[in-house]
Every structure is written in structure tokens, then in C-alpha cells.
Design a protein around this ligand. Structure first.
Ligand SMILES: [Zn+2]
Length: 200
């Protein structure tokens, strides 16, 4: 869609408007901002975008974002590997880490079971979670999925799957409103939800 009939500007607006939460108006504002910025900034911005694609990958253990084989949490010898917190997405790891309450490690599922969206058990990293638990040394699996209908159903499925694995399965406490995403919940509420976790 031509906006200004300046192909390079219109192209940048089109690219920016593909970003989540960025409408046409915001894309235009950002493009004009970049246009007016020094070349240095434009080069740093494109460099950072290419850099994140080239230098990050999935943690081999928990599927969090990593720059080496393991993510920062898995590579930290001070973290409690006997406790695995299961989350939907990497943004949930960031949300929980920002609360500075949780000392265990993570497992990023990659979503929740959602038949309507065509997401089944095989599309998530459930087999990998079970393998980690079966390897031993895990005392507790804390389910911290978003409190949507699909999140609830997935937590029930996982608790049944782990029922005979000699591991305690807990979930974060109520206090996080139904339907809310962890990434938008404040740090105090996350801390309380982890402290008040309960057995399933
Ligand atoms: Zn990891």
C-alpha cells in the first residue's frame, strides 16, 4: 500500500506494520523517526535485528532463548534443577524472572493444547518435558500456564501425564486473574502466585 509514494519509505512502513501491536499510524511515525535519525542509529537497529536472528537459538534443555547450547538459566549452576516451571512461551520466562522469586529451571512448551487452533499434544514440547522428568532428579513440576480455558485443560492433561512419575505437580496460586497473560501481570502478583503454589 503506497502511503507517501516514496518507495523506500513506504517499504519501511509496510515492514514495521507487520510487527505485533503496530498499526499503520504507528508504523508511519516510527518510519519517519528512523528517517530523521542519524545513519548510525539506523545501522545499529538493522544490526541488532540481524544479530538476534544469527546469534540466538533455542536452549537444548528448556527451549528458552539461548546464545549458546544452553540458556542463561540452564547454564547457571546456582539454579535448582530439581524444580521445573512449565510455561507457554519465552515471554513467560522473562515475566517470572523479572519477579526474582523463582530459583528453579524452566520448560517452554511452545503453546497450549487448543483443538480449535489445531494445536495438539504432538505440537508442543510435552514429550521433551516427560523425558526430563524421567531422567530423574526432578522433585517438583510447577505448572505456570496462562489461565485461559486451553491453559487450564493443558495443566490438567500434564498433571495426569506426570501423575505416576514420582514428582510433585503444583500450579501457581490463584490471584492471577482468569484470562490474563503472565507477561502482563505485575511482579508482586507473580511472586505471590509462586509462593502460594499448590499441589494438583
Ligand atoms: Zn534452558
Amino acid at each position: 500500500m503506497a502511503e507517501f509514494n516514496i518507495p523506500s519509505l513506504d517499504n519501511l512502513i509496510n515492514q514495521l506494520s507487520k510487527l505485533p501491536g503496530i498499526g499503520r499510524k504507528t508504523a508511519q511515525r516510527l518510519a519517519i523517526f528512523i528517517l530523521k535519525s542519524p545513519l548510525d542509529y539506523a545501522e545499529s537497529l538493522t544490526g541488532a535485528i540481524v544479530d538476534i536472528k544469527q546469534n540466538t537459538r533455542m536452549c537444548q534443555r528448556c527451549f528458552n532463548i539461548a546464545e549458546g547450547d544452553l540458556c542463561r538459566v540452564c547454564a547457571d549452576a546456582h539454579r535448582d534443577t530439581g524444580m521445573i516451571c512449565v510455561v507457554e512461551d519465552v515471554v513467560d520466562v522473562l515475566a517470572i524472572e523479572s519477579a526474582h522469586e523463582y530459583q528453579g529451571v524452566y520448560h517452554v512448551l511452545g503453546g497450549v493444547i487448543s483443538p480449535l487452533a489445531g494445536v495438539g499434544v504432538g505440537d508442543l514440547r510435552i514429550r521433551e518435558l516427560l523425558e526430563r522428568v524421567k531422567q530423574g532428579g526432578v522433585r517438583e513440576v510447577l505448572l505456570a500456564l496462562n489461565l485461559s480455558t486451553e491453559g487450564e485443560a493443558t495443566m490438567i492433561y500434564l498433571s495426569q501425564l506426570l501423575a505416576n512419575q514420582n514428582v510433585e505437580v503444583t500450579r501457581i496460586a490463584h490471584g492471577i486473574p482468569m484470562g490474563s497473560h503472565l507477561e502482563f501481570v505485575d511482579q508482586t502478583t507473580i511472586s505471590r502466585a509462586i509462593q502460594g503454589r499448590r499441589k494438583i
